[in-house]
Design a protein around this ligand. Structure first.
Ligand SMILES: N=CN[C@@H](CCC(=O)O)C(=O)O
Ligand SMILES: [Zn+2]
Length: 400
């Protein structure tokens, strides 16, 4: 078989659902041709390869390249001061209602140039890449005006000119009501629907539209309007739902065939049932749960029982999850949410791909994009078990 590269003497965690568990292959081979997987499976069953380059993995493990399906990587400034206020007893909601929170990052982000936003996002992106991330979703949501949201999405897309990574972008103009609309949030929602979504869709700058459905964000009725506008313009939808309270946002979004509903600490049985029926992915964000010291875990057992797919993400943002480590996310998901090793690894690969509507990656299987992470570990559980340690040996993006 002709191929560009072949990785031999590897142990594979294919995450292929057609295989058991992690889809493990003890003596495995992966071959790449034109950026796709030409073969992934047992060495014993592999064809003879005519490869330009052969890499001996010396027994290392290969997983699919990691996917971070929920980040707010593009923003200016930081919120360390708010962190100190919270340490002194203030709550996230109190700070937001007093004009801090998302709106304070909005002020810094509006003042920044696109070049500034790219420059400040790159170190965060590099931290993800250093842990084997090959696809990342980046939301806008700190511009909150047509011009500033476009600038954030352009900055997010421009990151792909600087690093070897796939970027998916999501318009999150409905993240917070900007101060100029404080007394008339519905007019801001109208602006999002009648100007921002059409402009972003026309410019091809976003793959999806997201809404923060919450008492300090947007109501269900407002979220529905935004989702309907997104659909009119051919964009997929996602939601920040049931993070701080139960607004039944996940059920609304799932009923409209959302790709994912994210956070979900306060998700109820109706939300779970609707998500299961629509195949909407539950993207869990243990970094935000940890950092805000939430008291209620997402209903992982019930999601599992209902067969709702579960993805994991860093939620990298300045306010509730200044986190750029998918490895630590897995550890937190296991220790805090009692997810299994298999669920954690699927959460940052196969299910993360599903949360982005990407069926061409996230598993090691013939025909999928050849994004790989090679690890210096003895068993996959180490990727979940260790804290603050990065055993990445090499990262392969599109076969290179
Ligand atoms: N929940 C809403 N949005 C972000 C937090 C944004 C912020 O506080 O800056 C999140 O996903 O946690
Ligand atoms: Zn978020």
């Amino acid at each position: 078989m002709r191929c560009d590269r072949v990785w031999i003497n590897a142990r594979l965690a294919t995450l292929d659902p057609e295989r058991e568990g992690l889809g493990e292959v003890d003596r495995g081979v992966v071959a790449a041709l034109d950026g796709r997987i030409a073969y992934a499976g047992p060495q014993a069953e592999a064809p003879a390869f005519d490869a330009a380059q052969t890499i001996d993995c010396e027994g290392r493990w290969i997983t699919p390249g990691l996917i971070d399906p929920h980040t707010h990587l593009v923003f200016a400034g930081d919120r360390a001061h708010e962190f100190e206020l919270r340490l002194a007893g203030a709550s996230y909601e109190e700070i937001a209602r007093a004009g801090g929170g998302i709106v304070s990052t909005m002020t810094a982000t509006r003042a920044a140039s696109k070049a500034d936003l790219v420059a400040t996002a790159l170190p965060r992106l590099d931290a993800l890449i250093a842990e084997g991330v090959t696809t990342v979703e980046i939301k806008s949501g700190y511009g909150l005006s047509l011009e500033a949201e476009l600038k954030c999405l352009r900055a997010a897309r421009a990151l792909a000119d600087h690093r070897r990574i796939d970027i998916r972008t999501t318009l999150l103009a409905a993240h917070a009501v900007p101060p100029e609309f404080r007394h008339d949030p519905d007019s801001y929602v109208d602006l999002v629907c009648s100007q921002m979504i059409p402009a972003v869709a026309a410019a091809g700058l976003a793959d999806a539209v997201d809404v923060f459905c919450e008492t300090i964000g947007f109501t269900r009725a407002q979220a529905r309007k935004v989702f309907e506008a997104a659909h009119r313009h051919g964009l997929k939808i996602k939601i920040h739902a049931e993070q701080l309270s139960n607004q039944n946002g996940a059920a609304l979004a799932a009923g409209l065939m959302a790709l994912s509903a994210d956070h979900l600490e306060h998700l109820d049985a109706d939300g779970i049932e609707t998500m299961a029926a629509s195949g909407t992915v539950a993207t869990l964000l243990p970094g935000a749960y940890y950092f805000t010291r939430e008291h209620q875990c997402p209903p992982v057992e019930a999601l599992r029982a209902a067969g709702v797919p579960m993805a994991l993400a860093t939620d990298c943002n300045p306010g509730t999850s200044p986190l750029t480590s998918p490895l630590l996310v897995m550890n937190m998901a296991a220790t805090l949410f009692r997810m299994t090793v298999e669920e954690c690894l699927a959460g940052v690969t196969r299910e993360a791909a599903r949360a982005l509507g990407l069926s061409d990656r996230g598993v090691l299987r013939i025909g999928k994009v050849c994004d790989l992470a090679l690890w210096d570990i003895e068993r996959p559980a180490e990727l979940v078990y260790r804290m603050g340690f990065n055993p990445l040996h090499a990262r392969v993006w599109k076969g290179h």
